[in-house]
Ligand binder design. Structure first.
Ligand code: SF4
Length: 183
């Protein structure tokens, strides 16, 4: 009698922007993919905020038992990338460059480490334009189009944040979004 072995899951690198967004993303993707988290957020300022978000994302990944990789934090490099676009409103050209910065790092890591695909938790936010994320993602590498805000993904991230007692920031990440949130 022949026995059939199920196809192995594809290896998916999940760019993680923060713990709350990653919670529902991991829940949704882990049954179909062999997941690894990739925390790459050189956009975050001030620096203590970066370490706080990293700590929470790492804690959640450990609780959910997925591998977790941390990228270099180089905010000066990120500032050079968005130079000239500092005063753009949130959702504009600065954010597109910001997506490209993080996703280029994720795509490079995915390629260097044998992943089949990569994607990002960024699409779970109702404040972020999914078609722009997808376009920028494909420009960097083998991107998986998954719109995490669909199927009530953002709502689920709120529920899981309460369940895991996750820190939820009140601004997107960079100093420009922080200043805007305090107006
Ligand atoms: S508002 Fe958010 S997405 Fe836009 S540049 Fe700042 S950190 Fe990046």
């Amino acid at each position: 009698m022949e026995s059939s072995t199920p196809d192995p899951k594809k290896r998916l690198l999940l760019h993680i922007c923060c713990a709350p967004c990653s919670s529902a993303a991991i829940e949704r993707l882990r049954s179909e993919y062999d997941l690894t988290g990739f925390f790459s957020n050189a956009n975050i300022a001030p620096e203590p905020e970066y370490w706080r978000r990293l700590s929470e994302a790492r804690r959640l990944a450990a609780e959910l038992e997925i591998p977790f990789v941390v990228d270099t934090y180089d905010h000066a490099d990120w500032l050079a990338c968005i130079k000239g676009y500092e005063d753009e409103p949130e959702g504009g050209a600065r954010c597109e460059r910001c997506f490209a910065f993080s996703l280029s790092h994720a795509a490079a890591y995915a390629e260097a480490n044998g992943f089949d695909l990569y994607t990002t938790t960024l699409s779970i936010s109702p404040h972020k334009h999914t078609p722009t994320i997808f376009r920028v993602g494909h420009e960097q590498g083998p991107f998986l189009d998954v719109d995490l805000k669909k199927q009530a993904g953002f709502q689920r991230s709120l529920e899981l944040s309460r369940e895991y007692d996750l820190y939820r920031q009140d601004y997107c990440g960079c100093e420009f979004s922080l200043a805007q949130s305090r107006k």
